[in-house]
Design a protein around this ligand. Structure first.
Ligand SMILES: Cc1cc2nc3c(=O)[nH]c(=O)nc-3n(C[C@H](O)[C@H](O)[C@H](O)COP(=O)(O)OP(=O)(O)OC[C@H]3O[C@@H](n4cnc5c(N)ncnc54)[C@H](O)[C@@H]3O)c2cc1C
Length: 467
């Protein structure tokens, strides 16, 4: 059948889909489509042609067939927290995994359905006295987080979320359902899933290592803005000697009254009696406005920031990695923050060290294994506020570029951050592109950006990660 128009393509997809999938699980137009295709970022306005609410790997396979038969662009929606809205493609077919959230735990391993959130996994682990390696916010999709890397408070002691991915069931572009595992049919696919994003297939189930961490010591210290430079520099010095059990994030942000503050959020995942002295060191970075240090479960820690990033507000994010908080980098960060245009905008800085750096760069597609700080430049505004994006995150990223390592955190790169994407996977680029060419030669899946390949040797590609 020859298809010509969007309506033809949608009709063809619907025809193929309804041979196997109940029509009530397919949204095609009107308020229902709007409701099921809305993602976390309210600035994402593009809408798909239809959404298929999948419940099994067989549904996913059928949805891929429908997209390919009709020519509709395909996307996969997990937790819906990708800031660029890549869970939805304009006029496309969305494989919605939000009905696939089951998590079971056996022998220290969680089996996680493709649409489970980080909270779903942490809750299931918590019932067994265990914890999962997640990011900092529970509502984020566990698989989306893991496929791109996954920076979180346990990074120093247990590595990235991607380092804890043991195996996955994946529906490929040709409809095959395969198991990616070290001892399985396709260990190279598992390698690509550890940091290469959702570019190779739909992960319908994943096995994730859990850890016996029942309690963490979580700190929160805020400092007045006039101490920001001193706090940032001292923070960098303190973390030079950071034990593996220390995870840390620092935020340049408006405080409760709108005036800027600097907030330090360390998490200690070792023996609690050893953590108090370590966390006290953060209080001595300046004269704190507030100091909180308390033991809590990793699940409670994960839930702490839920609500801080409301669904439907408008966001734009850019990212850079810096090797150290030198005087010049600190000045660039303070200058970047001062130049923000939307008052609610903020800068998060995650520390990458310890176990995550000792994992071999060849163990997965994630390409930057040296100590560094991952910087998130986040612009935010309520739906009724002045138009976003203002371009501040991009300008702030450009201002940081002279102080930054090549590349950037793939999960946060925009589709147009092509030079950064070229360098983001370091020495793993060619191997990653070979897996893509083998498993998805027609480019059915688009997700976080891949490098463009040897035909695009831009300046960033030649730069070294180890400078
Ligand atoms: C509020 C907030 C907090 C965050 N905190 C952190 C953090 O602490 N640490 C960190 O490292 N990152 C963090 N991130 C970034 C986050 O990890 C990425 O945006 C991630 O891609 C979101 O995954 P998702 O499933 O929620 O999003 P979606 O928009 O649903 O998906 C994101 C991408 O992953 C693909 N994908 C999702 N599920 C699957 C699947 N099952 N199979 C195949 N492809 C799939 C999608 O196709 C899409 O390309 C945060 C983001 C937000 C918005």
């Amino acid at each position: 059948m020859t298809v010509h128009t969007d309506a033809d393509r949608t009709a063809t997809a619907l025809d193929v889909l309804t041979r196997r999938i109940d029509r009530t699980r397919i949204a095609v137009e009107g308020p229902e489509l709007d409701a099921v295709s809305a993602v976390w970022n309210g600035a994402v306005t593009h809408r798909p042609a239809l959404v298929v609410r999948c419940a099994t790997a067989a549904d996913v396979r059928h949805a891929i067939r429908a997209a390919r038969a009709s020519g509709l662009p395909l996307s996969v929606r997990g937790g819906g927290h990708d800031w660029a809205g890549r869970a939805v493609r304009p006029g496309g077919l969305v494989i919605d995994l939000t009905r696939m959230r089951h998590v079971s735990v056996h022998d220290g391993v969680a089996t996680v359905a493709g649409g489970a959130t980080s909270s779903d996994v942490a809750e299931a682990a918590d019932r067994h006295g265990l914890t999962a390696v997640t990011g900092t916010v529970g509502a984020v999709g566990m698989i989306g987080l893991t496929l791109g890397g996954g920076y979180g408070p346990l990074l120093g002691s247990r590595g990235l979320a991607a380092d804890n991915l043991l195996a996955a069931e994946v529906v490929l572009a040709d409809g095959r359902i395969v198991r990616a595992a070290q001892d399985g049919a396709d260990p190279e696919l598992l390698w690509a899933l550890r940091g290469g994003g959702g570019n190779f297939g739909v992960v319908t189930s994943a096995e994730v290592a859990l850890h016996p961490v029942a309690q963490v010591l979580a700190g929160s210290f805020t400092f007045p803005w006039d101490q920001a430079g001193q706090v940032l520099r001292g923070y960098g010095n303190l973390l030079d000697r950071a034990p593996d059990a220390l995870g840390a994030m620092i935020t340049l942000t408006p405080g409760p009254d709108g005036d800027p503050i600097i907030a330090v959020s360390p998490t200690w995942s070792g023996a609690l009696r050893d953590g108090t002295a370590v966390l006290d060191g953060f209080a001595r970075l300046g004269t704190p406005l507030t100091t909180i240090v308390k033991p809590m479960s990793p699940l409670a820690k994960l839930r702490e920031f839920d609500g801080a990033f409301p669904d439907g507000a408008r966001y734009e994010i850019r990212t850079r990695n810096v090797a150290a908080l030198t005087d010049a980098t600190v000045s660039a960060l303070l200058g970047a923050f001062a130049a923000r245009t939307a008052p609610g905008s903020f800068i998060n800085i995650h520390h990458f060290h310890g176990a995550a750096t000792r994992t071999a760069v060849a163990s997965g597609a994630f390409g930057l294994r040296r100590d560094h700080f991952m910087v998130e430049l986040i612009e935010t505004g309520a739906p009724e506020e002045s138009p976003l994006p203002s371009g501040w995150p991009r300008r702030a990223g450009a201002a940081l570029a002279p102080h930054a390592l090549p590349g950037g955190y793939p999960n946060l790169l925009g589709p147009d951050d092509v030079d950064q994407a070229d360098a983001a996977y370091g020495p793993n680029s060619a191997r990653l592109l070979a897996v893509k060419a083998r498993l998805d030669p027609d480019g059915v899946f688009t997700a976080t950006p891949l490098p463009r390949g040897p035909q695009h040797p831009g300046p960033a590609r030649k730069a070294r990660h180890d400078r």
